[in-house]
Design a protein around this ligand. Structure first.
Ligand SMILES: Cc1cc2nc3c(=O)[nH]c(=O)nc-3n(C[C@H](O)[C@H](O)[C@H](O)COP(=O)(O)O)c2cc1C
Ligand SMILES: [Mn+2]
Length: 495
């Protein structure tokens, strides 16, 4: 495992495999940066690193699409793999297992360092000026310039028992004020509620441009009262370095490019949003959200802001939120003794469909029929897990299907799911309010109906009546497969 300890080491590693595009031509923060990032997702082109940004001090930079997918053969997930300290060619399935493995190791708490790169420039109080930073207006129609689309928001309970790291969007209001979402069911919202109960402003910090692993734990739904920093330590087998903030009693990752710190007001609000979102849509309304007063900002020399242009798949909401959610439910279902081969978020579904696969002999292993298995999985995921909050639809199938292969998964769903009887519903489950399939009442309540789509073999199939696949691997004798593979170029194919 090769841990990349800051964003700059990550960019250097991306350069080695041609996954970063340096852009020296001056670009406009006003929509041009956002449009380039968005097109890079469409083409699965390298991550753009913008070196010259209009109205901005030379040296202040933006890295777009920090964990997008790649169009290079065999390197689709290379940005994710490098971020996780793995070889660039690591498969989706191996990435999932690497993250699950850390759940079985003891958490290692962070190490408080005396100082760190994020302290190279320190601006406190009146000197804070958010407008110095190269914050883009990402999408036409966004309610403002989003400074935090991939940063780590740090909050701690008033009794200090729990420090949460998560990703949650924030917009610039003026030179020292932000506003952003505080979703009540997320840990950020739960900890904010504890401060609210005391009638005190919530101290917060946001670390932007952090070491590349951290956004994957920021998007991971660990259990409540569990510190994400401990999981990072468990993953790498060593603690993550943190440093003390200047004006709030919080610790932040030491190698962050930019740190903003301050307090969430109990009384003041500003209109927040809309912003192009993970669902692939942008809402039209702004809503009042709390003001975040920024009491200090610190940054590295020539800081690099990471930017996600949320929207149609595949972007970081899908890679750094969808994928860690698959990891979490895989771990939790296995902890309950269920034989689960893997879980995967279908990247093209933009965090709407998670695929769960089970071994073909799951009936013998569990003693369940399909109704019982679906019921058990549905209750555990949708009702028993923080991860289930973000998950509306599950496609359940056997593991002859490669869950990370969208073509195969789509074919299996199309051919195995039975209209009318294959959709098992779970009513009034907690959910995000952003997806566009929700009705307006559901959005207000943060509740919806969720479903498991049964793509399992029928309970009454016998070995004689079980349909057999026709694929290259399934249908042809080994010697024929080998002959064909050996002669592939001899037939005239190039690859
Ligand atoms: C790029 C990106 C942007 C995200 N934006 C938000 C957001 O604005 N609001 C939110 O509640 N969750 C957002 N998430 C999802 C949360 O980070 C995720 O649900 C995480 O599990 C929340 O942390 P928690 O489990 O500690 O509550 C985002 C995730 C990613 C990767
Ligand atoms: Mn958490």
């Amino acid at each position: 495992m090769k841990r990349l300890k800051d964003l700059r080491e990550y960019i250097a590693a991306l350069q080695e495999i041609d996954e970063v595009q340096l852009i020296d031509k001056e670009v406009d923060w006003n929509l041009e940066i956002g449009a380039i990032i968005r097109r890079s997702y469409d083409l699965r082109a390298p991550a753009p690193l913008f070196n010259r940004i209009k109205d901005c001090k030379p040296g202040f930079r933006v890295l777009g699409a920090p964990a997008g997918l790649s169009r290079q053969t065999g390197l689709s997930f290379s940005r994710i793999a490098l971020a996780l300290g793995l070889d660039a060619h690591t498969s989706g399935q191996e990435i999932i297992e690497a993250l699950v493995a850390a759940h079985h190791r003891q958490p290692i708490p962070p190490h408080e360092a005396a100082t760190g790169p994020c302290k190279e420039n320190i601006l406190i109080g009146d000197d804070v000026d958010l407008l110095r930073l190269p914050t883009p207006l990402i999408h036409a129609g966004d309610g403002g310039r989003y400074i935090d689309t991939y940063g780590i928001t740090v909050v701690q309970t008033p009794d200090k028992r729990w420090t949460n790291w998560s990703i949650t969007r924030k917009m610039v209001v003026d030179k020292n004020r932000l506003t952003g979402l505080v979703v009540p069911n997320q840990h950020f919202g739960m900890i904010d509620a504890e401060w609210k109960k005391l009638g005190k402003p919530t101290p917060f910090a946001v670390a932007i441009g952090v070491e590349p692993f951290l956004p994957f734990v920021g998007g991971m739904p660990l259990a409540p009262n569990v510190d994400e920093s401990g999981y990072v330590g468990a993953y790498f087998g060593e603690p993550v370095d943190v440093v003390r903030c200047e004006t709030v009693d919080l610790l932040v990752p030491a190698t962050a490019e930019i740190v903003l710190e301050g307090y969430i007001s109990r009384t003041e609000t500003a209109l927040e949003g809309p912003m192009g979102e993970y669902t692939g849509y942008i809402e039209l309304e702004s809503r009042p959200k709390p003001i975040f007063h920024v009491t200090a900002m610190t940054y590295r020399n020539d800081p690099i802001m990471t930017v996600v242009a949320g929207g149609e798949p595949v972007e970081e909401d899908h890679t750094a939120w969808g994928l860690p959610h698959a990891v979490q439910i895989l771990y939790e279902l296995r902890q309950q003794g269920l034989p689960i081969t893997t879980c995967w978020m279908l990247m093209e579904s933009a965090n709407h469909i998670w695929v769960i696969t089970v071994p073909q002999d799951w009936r013998q292993r569990t003693g369940f029929n399909s109704t019982q298995l679906i019921d058990k999985i549905g209750h555990l995921v949708f009702e028993g897990s923080k991860a289930g909050f973000g998950i509306p639809k599950i496609w359940l199938m056997e593991d002859d299907v490669d869950a990370a292969n969208t073509n195969e998964v789509l074919w299996a769903f199309a051919s195995r799911y039975h209209p009318g009887i294959g959709e098992i519903l779970f009513q009034k489950e907690g959910y995000s309010n952003l997806p566009v399939f929700l009705g307006s009442k559901e959005k207000l309540e943060y509740l919806t109906t969720k479903a498991i789509y049964n793509c399992l073999s029928h309970d009454d199939w016998t070995p004689e009546t079980t349909p057999q696949r026709t694929s290259f691997r399934a249908r042809y004798p080994r010697e024929i497969q080998e002959r064909v593979l050996q002669n592939w170029q001899a037939y005239g194919y190039r690859a």
